[in-house]
Write a protein that binds this ligand. Structure first.
Ligand SMILES: Nc1ncnc2c1ncn2[C@@H]1O[C@H](COP(=O)(O)OP(=O)(O)OP(=O)(O)O)[C@@H](O)[C@H]1O
Ligand SMILES: [Mg+2]
Length: 393
């Protein structure tokens, strides 16, 4: 499956561009600030229904314009059918999606039409930034591979919002009415929240071995591991909790079932009531979960070098690519935004080696000489300059 054409109107710095592609690798070069990332962002938006770098839709509309329009012709892989996907973004989060001219009400219906995986320097945030970035990493994969996950999250967030409004309205004291309503929210929170937790646990379980092999290919003697961190374990943990406890690492000790999670979730939710009332928010649940990456039992976020953190984040993204291919049985479009410039030559070669050649791959770089010694053949090359995209090959 691949993107055959891409048209942008008033998207970021672009007034109007119209590009045609084949399968294979495509290179965009241009000076800093010329719009390389913006172009990949538009492809990511068509694929995932959201930007990879902002939640604020208005930022995507070209300054001074009223709307942005993204249009792509996509060969979706199922019997080589062509689809026209159009997304119109208007101010104040007003988004309209059309597929083959028909309006799509639900984002979940089109987000797996053209799956993509983006690699960007921002991926370092998966390791370095707050737990929300790591939850987003897990959730964005699950959204791509399970149609219902997006709806499940919406359902959960709705209940969470209602529970939080109730906590705010009580002003610290619970009436019996409050108590019975809270009981209902708790039941639902645990029901849907457990499903989210289980899906995230399964995701980590199915990528951990792959993660280890990617890290080991890029870094010697790292002895990597991944651990899911439950909201109820977070507060008690310190940064150097590398005590060898693994969820999915070599020992595969803690295979946690839904019933145990439901029970502990409900117990911890009840225990946390006073804190929830004091903070006027829900402290327990998947909205506060996290995961940690360890090298030799040490938390990479706290103790890893810049290089180790970068290798961890790239390996996590390679896992995303691996699991999407495995689950959807399709080659996702690859978006490589200036990732090679961050690596030394040995690791560039290895990264290019593990990335599958069958995918349509969009690559950006401010310096095309980075590719001179690498085994990568671009069938088209573009130069981005003055808000225009010019073909140079
Ligand atoms: N809504 C918008 N309207 C117009 N221009 C915008 C908008 N949002 C961002 N820009 C412009 O887009 C440019 C940044 O583009 P982008 O991040 O794609 O650059 P880049 O080529 O990837 O640069 P680098 O090599 O530094 O990563 C900036 O010059 C910014 O002014
Ligand atoms: Mg950029």
């Amino acid at each position: 499956m691949y993107i055959k054409s891409l048209e942008l109107r008033n998207f970021r710095n672009y007034n109007h561009i119209n590009l045609e592609f084949d399968k294979g690798s495509i290179l965009f070069t241009g000076n800093n600030g010329n719009g390389k990332t913006n172009l990949l962002e538009s492809i990511h938006y068509l694929s995932a229904g959201r930007s990879h770098r902002t939640y604020i839709q208005d930022e995507l509309i070209r300054w001074g314009s009223e709307y942005a329009l993204l249009r792509a012709c996509i060969e979706s892989g199922d019997e080589s059918k062509m689809h026209i996907l159009e997304i119109e973004i208007r101010k104040n989060n007003n988004i309209k999606i059309r597929m083959d001219g028909v309006y799509q009400k639900k984002k979940a219906d089109f987000i797996s039409l053209v799956p993509s995986v983006i690699f960007s320097p921002d991926d370092l945030k998966i390791i370095k930034s707050n737990p929300g970035t790591r939850r987003d990493f897990m959730d964005s994969i699950l959204e791509k591979i399970f149609k219902d996950y997006y709806r499940l999250k919406l359902q959960y967030n709705k209940i969470l919002l209602q529970r939080n409004s109730l906590l705010k309205s009580t002003e610290g004291a619970l009436s019996s009415n409050h108590r019975s309503t809270l009981e209902v929210w708790n039941q639902n929170l645990v029901k849907y929240g457990t499903e989210i937790i289980l899906m995230r646990l399964n995701l980590l379980r199915s990528i951990v071995q792959q993660f280890n092999s990617y890290v080991n290919a890029l870094f010697d003697n790292a002895d990597p591991d991944i651990e899911y961190v439950f909201s109820w374990d977070r507060d008690g943990k310190t940064e150097n909790c590398g005590d060898g406890k693994t969820l999915y690492g070599e020992n595969h000790t803690d295979i946690i079932d839904g019933e145990s999670i439901r029970k502990i979730f409900m117990d911890k939710l009840n225990e946390s009531l006073d804190r929830d009332l004091a903070n006027r928010t829900t402290n327990i649940g998947p909205q506060r979960d996290d995961f940690k990456v360890f090298f030799k039992n040490k938390d990479v976020r706290a103790f890893g070098s810049q290089g180790q953190q970068r290798i961890s984040s790239i390996s996590l993204k390679l896992c995303e690519l691996y699991i999407i291919k495995k689950m959807l049985k399709r080659e996702p479009v690859l978006l490589l935004d200036d990732v090679l410039s961050e690596l030394d030559i040995k690791r560039r070669e290895k990264l290019v080696g593990v990335i599958n050649r069958n995918s349509q791959t969009f690559v950006t770089s401010a310096d095309s000489s980075h590719f001179d010694c690498l085994d990568i053949d671009f069938h088209k090359k573009y130069l981005i300059e003055d808000n225009e995209v010019k073909m140079v090959k």
